[in-house]
Unconditional design. Structure first.
Length: 270
């Protein structure tokens, strides 16, 4: 199967990036990155440390502007849009270092996620209180269901800051799911968690795919990438080095030299 066949035709791309660049103090963290993310698939963004992966995700999610290049979600040009506008199109993200709302409970962390809540409007609060109450009840019910799915139900009344590192990872993913994403960006969801939780998170990501959510994830665990990802993008020095299935990329000399050889050597000496 060719790479194009595995990804589908161009009209099935949910995200398209062309020539993205971003420099810090004259040093280009992203240097012309160009790639596509197929709709309804799990895509891994891999590469050595310093390749520009998190910077790319920051640009895609609107947390950071690019110096040049374009980004499209579907047919919509979202280049350098702010985060809140991009989120309205269904793109959500998690962070490598969890950014939970520590003083809120686990349940409350999920309840801030849904878009277009009528209770955010003073007019609705005073003139349509029954609507506000109904939607709030629906959101609570849905949030509790998500917490049950992700193994956090019994912690629903705990302050988010009290969670372990692995539980915070689950909370980040749960909060992203609560926002009903069409495209979910995961920044190293497996980092720093035990093997059993890695297996669980991988299963959750596959479930999201089955529900029609597209996933783009930064991940260094190549066993996970090979097991659950349909498509892989390799970044090196801020550029797109190669794309395709990991099994094919293992035979690419440039990829082996830039990244896979480094990973293999690290695992050999660990």
């Amino acid at each position: 199967m060719t790479d194009q066949e595995s990804r589908g035709s161009s009209d099935e791309m949910i995200l398209t990036c062309e020539g993205l660049t971003k420099a810090f103090l004259g040093v280009k963290a992203v240097n012309g990155a160009t790639f596509e993310v197929p709709k309804g698939k799990i895509t891994a963004l891999i590469g050595p440390n310093g390749a520009g992966k998190t910077t790319v995700v920051n640009i895609l999610s609107g947390a950071m502007t690019s110096d040049s290049g374009t980004t499209h979600i579907g047919s919509t040009d979202v280049t350098n849009w702010p985060s809140y506008k991009i989120a309205r199109l269904g793109l959500m993200r998690t962070f490598q270092l969890s950014r939970e709302l520590g003083d809120l409970t686990v349940l409350e962390n999920l309840l801030v996620a849904p878009k277009h809540q009528p209770g955010e409007s003073l007019v609705n609060i005073f003139l349509r209180p029954s609507l506000v109450k109904r939607v709030e009840c629906e959101n609570v019910e849905r949030a509790l269901g998500i917490l049950q799915t992700y193994g956090l139900y019994d912690l629903r009344d705990n302050r988010a800051r009290e969670l372990s590192g692995g539980q915070k990872k689950l909370l980040e993913i749960s909060r992203g799911v609560m926002a009903s994403p069409t495209l979910l960006l995961l920044d190293e969801p497996m980092a720093g968690v035990n093997p059993a939780l890695i297996e669980r998170i991988g299963g959750y990501i596959l479930d999201l795919k089955a529900q029609g959510v597209t996933v783009l994830m930064i991940e260094h665990n190549l066993n996970v990438v090979e097991k659950i990802c349909d498509h892989v993008i390799v970044l090196a020095e801020g550029k797109t080095l190669a794309t395709g299935r990991l099994s094919d990329l293992r035979a690419n000399p440039e990829v082996v030299t830039a990244y896979l050889g480094e990973v293999i050597n690290a695992s050999t000496h660990s």
